[in-house]
Write a protein that binds this ligand. Structure first.
Ligand code: OOG
Ligand code: NI
Length: 467
């Protein structure tokens, strides 16, 4: 007998909506952020300032990314199984241990839909970080052992979910009439558990890194932030400030400038203190304020090729160096002219320079010039091909480090020692699933659109340079 299975994108959308409702209860300023995003996005569409090129307003309004932190390869595998059933696959490897100036002892990947149509249906993604207790730069052998023992003794999944995962994986999905219960358990996985924390162990880890304490001294994982997407992040920043919500000092990522938004811009605000129960060594339970969760917002632009990304990283490094030597200057002030000087200021220019990924379409027929040499560049220049941006669906380690850092309560500690080696392959091994390469995904999408556009122009891709 066959059962009707829920399409993964429906489960994902239901999960994202339920998470959003839940998070609004836990962090009230989140709802303000969502409301302001919605107002700005609606205005941009109604006034005609948004050209629709980085996604339908329906998609953008629903779009969120979450961030979670887990304690071990086994825990990473558990969440990978859950996300897999929601149609979210691990993409990219981020080493925050290297990217952050402060102590952030984690490595990360992002679970997200990968197929362009699937992204359009619901683009929910989760930036997922795993603690590396074996890394001697952060943890001594005793601390490593203690973290590993505590993490091994807990189960991130609420009772019943593991069995549901087993069954769903065997069947290849979640039956329609079980979807609601499945989503409810999935959401519970990421709710804050309010059991008393071990104060001494929490404090011990917090002196190493608040991120380590948030992972190793908690009874489970929880959503750290849930980020809506906005079309105008400068406007968002100003409106949140005007509402009396203190934002971090700047927007991370590329500056505001006259050209297209590349990659991703993000900013955040500190969530309020949350009172948590803590158990002292003598057994007494006290209430202590903890400040871990925060609010974040993002604006997404065009995905960059490896060359484009190198250009971006160089621009950022040059700006940072200049900033360090220019007291009183702002990042925006110094970065903007650099971006204007070093990046083409429209999508066609970015495409022609090979700096960004685009969807191609046929725009104007080509007259038969009897075998004249053709190239993608000439077809773009001649207006035969047109482009629209492929949206960057991933994250930026330097911005992520900036977001982590700006919300940490202390510097933490990091010693000179050898790093424990971690890479995409070690994460893949932990999860027993492939970690996809974001560049390969963007390149394949671009290539497919280009070949279809050339076919429409009656051209053979084999005969077109750069195709
Ligand atoms: C993740 C920080 C990274 C982003 O948007 O870059 C991140 C975390 O705080 O766990 O979410
Ligand atoms: Ni984030």
């Amino acid at each position: 007998m066959s059962v009707d299975l829920t399409p993964p994108h429906e489960l994902r959308a239901a999960f994202a909506r339920a998470m959003s409702q839940r998070y609004a209860v836990e962090v009230p300023a989140y709802q303000t952020l969502v409301d302001v995003c919605l107002a700005i996005n609606t205005e941009a569409v109604e006034s005609g300032t948004y050209d629709g090129s980085v996604g339908s307003v329906g998609r953008i309004t629903e779009e969120r990314h979450g961030a979670i932190r887990v304690g071990s390869p086994a825990e990473l595998r558990d969440v990978a199984r859950l996300f897999g059933l929601l149609g979210m696959h691990p993409v990219g490897f981020y080493d925050l241990r290297e990217a952050a100036a402060r102590s952030v002892p984690v490595v990360s990947t992002a679970f997200r839909p990968v197929d362009p149509d699937d992204l359009d249906r619901n683009a929910f993604r989760v930036f997922t970080s795993m603690l590396v207790p074996a890394d001697r730069r952060f943890f001594d052998a005793d601390t490593q052992r203690e973290i590993e023992a505590r993490v091994a003794a807990r189960d991130l999944l609420p009772a019943g979910l593991r069995e549901q995962l087993d069954v769903a994986e065997q069947r290849g999905g979640v039956p329609v009439d079980e979807a609601e219960a499945f989503v409810a358990l999935a959401v519970r996985t990421f709710e804050l558990d309010r059991q008393p924390l071990d104060a001494a162990f929490y404090d011990h880890l917090a002196t190493i890194s608040s991120v380590a304490a948030d992972i190793g001294a908690e009874p489970g994982t929880h959503i750290n932030h849930l980020t809506p997407r906005v079309l105008d992040i400068d406007e968002l920043y100003a409106r949140m400030q005007a509402l009396g919500i203190t934002m971090i000092d700047r927007i991370q990522g590329p500056p505001r400038w006259d050209g297209p938004l590349v990659l991703l811009r993000q900013t955040s605000f500190r969530a309020l203190d949350e009172v948590r129960a803590m158990r002292l060594a003598d057994g007494r339970v006290v209430q202590r304020p903890l400040r871990v969760r925060f609010g974040e917002v993002e604006a997404r632009g065009v995905a960059l090729t490896p060359e484009g990304r190198q250009r971006y990283d160089d621009l950022l490094a040059a700006t940072d160096a200049e900033l360090a030597e220019t007291p009183g200057a702002s990042y925006q002030q110094l970065a903007e002219p650099r971006f204007a000087a070093e990046l083409p200021d429209d999508q066609r220019g970015l495409a022609r320079a090979g700096l960004a990924y685009h969807s191609y379409r046929a725009a104007r027929p080509v007259a038969d010039t009897g075998g004249a040499a053709r190239s993608v560049d000439a077809l773009l220049a001649g207006g035969h091909l047109d482009v629209s941006p492929i949206v960057y669906e991933d994250f930026l380690p330097k911005s992520a480090a900036g977001i982590f850092q700006s919300n940490l309560t202390s510097e933490g500690t990091r010693h000179d020692a050898d790093a424990t080696h971690q890479d995409a392959a070690s994460l893949a091994e932990a999860m027993q699933r492939e970690v996809l390469d974001p560049y390969a995904l963007y390149a394949a999408q671009q290539q497919a659109s280009l070949h279809a556009a050339l076919a429409q122009l009656g051209l053979d891709p084999e005969q077109v340079a750069g195709a």
